[in-house]
Design a binder for this molecule. Structure first.
Ligand SMILES: Cc1cc2nc3c(=O)[nH]c(=O)nc-3n(C[C@H](O)[C@H](O)[C@H](O)COP(=O)(O)OP(=O)(O)OC[C@H]3O[C@@H](n4cnc5c(N)ncnc54)[C@H](O)[C@@H]3O)c2cc1C
Length: 365
């Protein structure tokens, strides 16, 4: 295919979409209004699983499972080709004192996932720094976390090395150019950038752009704050999660604790209240963090969508325009499958999974 494709937004979704498309089409241009990979895809925790996978629809589960199997090879491939290691770190995950443990276990049996109830003493043996008082635990082996700032950095490096990819940072797209009844490019401050196909992967901002065509996309920013500690490399051997808050160990001993869920528009200011609340959760999970220095505190904007089901596919009535957005709390885990499915659809290949649940048709106002 000798097409030129313009990808609007260079988060993990836009970057991985471009990475896949580059092998299949003539030229790919990624435009980002800032630097690529500095918004939600940088700010997230990188757990390679939905937080409570059994609470999601089969549509999210299908993307998550495909991606979870694919992540290790994606990490290895990017590391080998760029020298930047996305650090896919398999630690397993303990959920503590869950209310819906029975549903979780039933889901795991149905989906054949390695999730099982463990004696609480086994959880304390495996994670000696775990706080006192937890009564029940379930554990899923094989769950990884990816160091998302490194993932986007290595995707950027991979794209910069591809001769048929152009990255345009600080290039805000303000609308779409139309010709002959189809979308034929995007509006930039420097004029129209022509394209055979345009992909909207602008995360939490995607709805704003679609509105310029009179379409209502129910994707809205959902603020999430996170704090970071630095501990010894072997401080926390597994991810742990209780009462909606989690601790994620990176390989070098950094521990992320997240996250808040706030509807605050596009405001990304970290707040004192969230800092106190996240610190309290951190100490409840891991008392040794009492008095430890918080080495960073930040906020990001998730692309919130109904039920967290992303929009992947063509926009009906607007030939030439495609969506890959609305991944809400799970954009890092869902990225590999979403971007492969997207590439299959745009290039007319056999789709890796049934695309129907993600089709924009019928889901836009
Ligand atoms: C605190 C927090 C914790 C999270 N934890 C996890 C987790 O553990 N696991 C997980 O899977 N997911 C997690 N997520 C969610 C995940 O980060 C997101 O779903 C994912 O990053 C979305 O990727 P994206 O590429 O769609 O959006 P983004 O990364 O936000 O990228 C969108 C890009 O579009 C650009 N853009 C916007 N408008 C325009 C325009 N008009 N012109 C040009 N460019 C534009 C932006 O500058 C941005 O770079 C978390 C998110 C947060 C905030």
């Amino acid at each position: 295919m000798s097409k030129q494709v313009v990808v609007v937004g260079g988060g993990v979704i836009g970057l991985l979409t471009a990475f896949n498309l580059a092998a299949k089409v003539g030229h790919v241009v990624v435009c980002d209004q800032g630097e690529v990979g500095r918004e939600s895809s940088w700010a997230g925790g990188g757990i390679v699983s939905p937080l409570y996978p059994w609470r999601y629809s089969p549509a999210v589960t299908a993307l998550a499972h495909w991606s979870q199997d694919f992540y290790p090879q994606l990490g290895e491939r990017l590391f080998a080709s760029t020298g930047v290691d996305p650090e896919v770190h398999t630690t397993g995950l303990y959920w503590l004192d869950l209310d819906d443990e029975a549903q979780a276990l039933a889901w795991a049996e149905r989906e054949q996932r390695p999730l099982s109830a463990v004696d609480i003493s086994a959880a304390y043996d495996a994670v000696p720094v775990l706080g006192p008082g937890f009564k029940r635990a379930i554990y899923m082996a094989g769950v990884a976390n990816v160091r998302n700032p490194r993932l986007v950095k290595s995707l950027k490096a991979a794209l910069l090395a591809m001769p048929n990819v152009t990255l345009r940072e600080h290039c805000q797209i303000t609308g779409f150019a139309q010709q002959g009844g189809r979308v034929a490019g995007v509006q930039t401050a420097d004029g129209v950038l022509a394209a055979d196909e345009v992909v909207l992967s602008a995360g939490a901002w995607s709805g704003d752009l679609l509105r310029t065509l009179g379409l209502a996309l129910p994707v809205e920013p959902v603020k999430g704050q996170m704090i970071l500690f630095k501990c010894a490399e072997d401080f926390l051997p597994s991810m742990v999660l209780a009462k909606g808050r989690y601790a994620i160990p990176r390989r070098d001993g950094h521990i992320l604790v997240g996250s808040t869920l706030e509807h605050a528009g596009y405001d990304k200011t970290p707040t004192g209240d969230a800092l106190q609340s996240l610190k309290a959760s951190a100490v409840e999970l891991l008392p040794e963090l009492e008095g430890a220095t918080v080495v960073a505190h930040w906020a990001g904007l998730r692309p919130g969508s109904p039920e967290g089901i992303p929009y992947i596919g063509p926009v009906p009535g607007h030939a030439g325009l495609w969506l890959n957005c609305g991944h809400y709390r799970n954009g890092l885990v869902l990225a590999p499958a979403s971007c492969q499915l997207f590439t299959d659809l745009l290039t007319g290949a056999e789709p890796i999974i049934d695309p129907a649940p993600y089709a924009p048709a019928g889901r836009l106002g």
